[in-house]
Structure formats: structure tokens, C-alpha cells
Design a binder for this molecule. Structure first.
Ligand code: SF4
Length: 186
């Protein structure tokens, strides 16, 4: 919302002028440069009571690590719109670490990576999964041939469950190295 408002304003007045306006407005004690342009408004009583009409609460778990803390996801028209702690969750008992506390922002982030990308000639280009896997496998094979298996290190993830960690360990052994650890250690 703020980004759209900023884009709309700067498209009208230009980014340099906008920054000057914002500085003047701030110096003059204005609440914000956006408010002056009428792009924000106070929420109505109804919106405060019921900000996401028709939404449903879905019990789920945080995906950032394998602890599996509980999250209540409020979903409106298939979109995750608000996050609450799950007080009755047997693992987290209503608590979250900082990663879980803003899990919703990771999901709806505008810079979230959704598919493999490669930078070629200074520009990011989308790849198919097959292409990405082929490229990675080729690089890993070449690395092992030219510098030996111990030139690589395998770094596990807190997102791995027990079975995934087991496979990852096997994968490092297949590559030929004992250089494997968990990201939390660093
Ligand atoms: S990242 Fe934090 S909140 Fe999420 S499951 Fe792990 S410990 Fe729980």
C-alpha cells in the first residue's frame, strides 16, 4: 500500500521533488507526506472490528525450521492476510522466535524468490527447474573433477526434517566428502 502510494506520488511529481516535499512536510511537523495527498484515511469502526470480512482461521505451523511452532493463519479469499500465535500449540505454547513471528511477511514479500534464476550478462533470467538442476549438477561434477571432493562443503538447513537431514548426509558421502555441517553452527 505504501509502495503503491509512493509510486503514484512520485509518478506525478518526480522522485527528486517528492523527496524534497517529504523533507519539508517532515520539517513542518506533518504526520506524513502521504497524508497530505489524501492517500491514507482512518479506519472505520466496522473495519477496526472486522478488518478482513469473510476470513477464516487456519491452524498451521511455521516453516522456518523443524521445531514446528504453531501459527494461526487468517485467510481471506485464498490469501494469507494476518498471523496470530497458536496459544494451544503443544510445542510453542503461543511463543515464536523472531523468524516465526513474521512468517507471513516472508510468504507475501514482494522480493520472494519463486523460481530458479540466473544472472547472465548482468541481467537476471528465469530458468526451468530442470535447467537449474542440470547447471548445478554440471558445476558440482566439474568442481569434484578439478579440485577434489573435499573442495566442497555441504551446509544443512534448519528447515530439514530428520529424513531430509539423513538424505543430505548421504548425498555429501556420495560426493566423497565429510565436509558437512548444520547452518545453525555458524
Ligand atoms: S523458526 Fe522459530 S517460530 Fe519457526 S518453527 Fe523454528 S523456532 Fe518455531
Amino acid at each position: 500500500m505504501l509502495k503503491q502510494a509512493y509510486e503514484a506520488l512520485t509518478a506525478k511529481v518526480g522522485r527528486r521533488s517528492f523527496l524534497k516535499m517529504a523533507a519539508v512536510a517532515t520539517a513542518a511537523g506533518a504526520t506524513s507526506a502521504f497524508a497530505n495527498e489524501g492517500v491514507t484515511r482512518a479506519a472505520t469502526e466496522e473495519e477496526i472490528k472486522n478488518p478482513f470480512p469473510g476470513s477464516t482461521s487456519v491452524k498451521t505451523i511455521c516453516t522456518a525450521c523443524s521445531v514446528g511452532c504453531g501459527i494461526i493463519a487468517e485467510v481471506q479469499n485464498g490469501v494469507w492476510v494476518r498471523q496470530e500465535v497458536a496459544q494451544d500449540h503443544p510445542v510453542s505454547l503461543g511463543g515464536h522466535c523472531c523468524k516465526g513471528a513474521d512468517m507471513i511477511d516472508m510468504v507475501r514479500s514482494e522480493v520472494r524468490l519463486k523460481y530458479p534464476m540466473v544472472k547472465e550478462g548482468g541481467k537476471w533470467k528465469r530458468l526451468s527447474w530442470d535447467d537449474a538442476l542440470d547447471r548445478i549438477a554440471t558445476k558440482m561434477e566439474n568442481q569434484r573433477k578439478t579440485a577434489g571432493p573435499d573442495s566442497a562443503m555441504f551446509l544443512g538447513s534448519a528447515k530439514f526434517n530428520t529424513e531430509q537431514a539423513y538424505y543430505f548426509r548421504k548425498f555429501a558421502a556420495m560426493y566423497g566428502t565429510n565436509n558437512i555441517d548444520h547452518q545453525a553452527r555458524i
